[in-house]
Unconditional design. Sequence first.
Length: 213
Amino acid sequence: MNLSDLRKEYTRAGISKKNLAPNPFKQFEIWFQQAVDGDLLEPNAMTLSTVGPDNIPSARVVLLKVFDNNGFVFFTNYSSKKAKDIAQNPNVALHFYWPAFERQLRINGIAKKITAKESFDYYKTRPRGSQLGAWISEQSSVISSRKLLEMQFGKIMEKFAKGQIPLPDFWGGYRIKPSSFEFWQGRENRLHDRISYNLIGDNNNWQKNRLAP
Ligand SMILES: Cc1cc2nc3c(=O)[nH]c(=O)nc-3n(C[C@H](O)[C@H](O)[C@H](O)COP(=O)(O)O)c2cc1C
């Protein structure tokens, strides 16, 4: 299939070093709020890239559940492929793409497990079915059939029929502490605006630069 005619001109207002916030977390908040207000489908869906022990990169979508000046939190299975990658190499990349706004956002940082208490606080807010699902999915392992999965779900439903479902010890969150951000705004004639932020030292001191498109 030849897709050479599939093209779009970007026409929204630009961004500059001057009109982006000095702090990238603040700027993220502004863009994220605009994505939420813009009624985008799952604006908190982000691609998480990890690198395996074999040096092969791997990308998948996860949902951002918490963000503040300490970082970006998502939840997952601690035995999954991504968790194994992170255990070997905590350097990860996050990527958001909000096409309705002609924007992408790249973040690099270090992933670290959050505490079991923080994970449980979030786990309790999930629908009961999702809490149970976390118990039975040996995420990323090979399974023989869907039927087996559904049988296991039935069993766990019986086991935890009443009361608060406990947090599985193999399930929880990671917080990504960023060291760089890049805010990208599509512009006309492919002269896109790209503003990067790099952490200088460890005193929340961010250096902004404009990058060539
Ligand atoms: C929209 C969307 C949201 C997702 N959110 C999560 C999530 O928050 N946590 C998670 O572990 N997997 C999530 N997944 C599934 C992952 O993309 C992936 O299939 C799974 O985590 C296994 O990845 P791994 O084998 O690389 O560890 C989501 C998938 C999609 C399409």
